[in-house]
Design a protein around this ligand. Structure first.
Ligand SMILES: [Zn+2]
Length: 311
């Protein structure tokens, strides 16, 4: 099995985010994340794949099918003349204050990430092999008409819709980021062809702060043990199997690891080996999509452990 890694053209870091206190802080969603993860994936046996020439057009069409036109217009044209960025709460997720600015570079970066997700899904659908869309910005907090939490366009849902266009009837989305993928949840809720399962922190101090129970949602209130975390990943995969998923999209977040500035758990990077092994046991074509993971020292080892099992 080959794990194909697709990477969009490098985009700049967001200049800042706004904390609940109102303070502006430097963004931790930076290009160095991708450099570390790529080194780990290649070290673990993954192979870099070209982006492909027609990816942007297909991505733009699919992004238009997933998200509201008003949101996409805002990402494209929302920054006023003479300004560097805009922070518009009209496009914040339900119950949330907007903390992620839109800058002029956001639209090409978000579309480039979506195009990499499309390409990864094409490779998996057409060759039956695993793929990894190593993208930033991430996407799982982007909902139908909102963005936030560093996310603008939902790359995981775009990958799932690509797989469906390529002939896969039911695509399960497994989200193992520290944070609940509230955007993904809102986009696929009620659609039996895209079952969703997530293991995440449901501590109310963690984004997106409100956690409703639901099928496939495995929230954890406090730091899980390695065995506890892996048991929940197994439960989430069992949920997707019961829903007859014929392929998987995995939203990968390394912010579950010890030392992450946006997480509070203490899992070691090597946990992504058994996580990937549980996924491989499903024997389903799998597209990994990069979400969070901001603790630079842990990224390379985690990605290597994943690739060793997924390649
Ligand atoms: Zn996260």
């Amino acid at each position: 099995m080959t794990l194909h890694v697709v990477i969009p053209e490098e985009s700049q870091a967001l200049p800042f985010t706004v904390e609940p206190s109102g303070a502006q802080v430097a963004s931790k969603e930076i290009p160095e994340r991708i450099h570390e993860i790529l080194a780990g994936l290649l070290d673990g046996g993954a192979v870099a794949a070209p982006l492909g020439a027609d990816g942007l057009a297909r991505a733009e069409r699919l992004v238009g099918a997933v998200h509201d036109k008003e949101l996409l217009d805002h990402l494209r044209h929302g920054v006023p003349e003479g300004a560097e960025s805009v922070l518009d709460s009209a496009f914040a997720g339900p119950g949330l204050e907007q903390e992620t600015p839109v800058t002029r570079g956001v639209w090409p970066a978000a579309l480039g990430a979506a195009a990499a997700a499309v390409r990864a899904a094409e490779l998996t659908a057409r060759h039956g092999e695993n793929s990894y869309a190593l993208v930033r910005p991430p996407g799982h907090h982007a909902g139908p008409g909102w963005y936030g939490g560093y996310c603008f366009v939902n790359n995981a849902v775009v990958a799932a819709r690509t797989l469906q266009e390529e002939g896969v009837s039911r695509v399960g989305i497994l989200d193992v980021d520290y944070h609940l993928g509230n955007g993904t949840l809102a986009l696929v809720q009620g659609d039996p062809t895209v079952p969703f399962a997530s293991v995440h922190s449901s501590d109310p101090k963690d984004f997106p702060y409100v956690f409703e129970p639901g099928p496939g949602l495995f929230g954890v209130r406090s730091d899980p043990t390695r065995e506890g975390f892996l048991a929940l990943v197994a439960d989430a995969l069992a949920h997707l199997r019961r829903e007859n998923a014929a392929a998987l999209v995995v939203s990968v977040g390394y912010d579950v690891l010890a030392g992450d500035p946006h997480g509070s758990w203490t899992l070691a990077p090597e946990v992504f080996g058994p996580v990937a092994a549980l996924i491989a046991e499903q024997r389903l074509p799998t597209v990994f999509v990069q979400e969070g993971g901001y603790g630079l020292p842990s990224l390379r080892g985690a990605a290597r452990a994943l690739a060793l099992e997924a390649s």
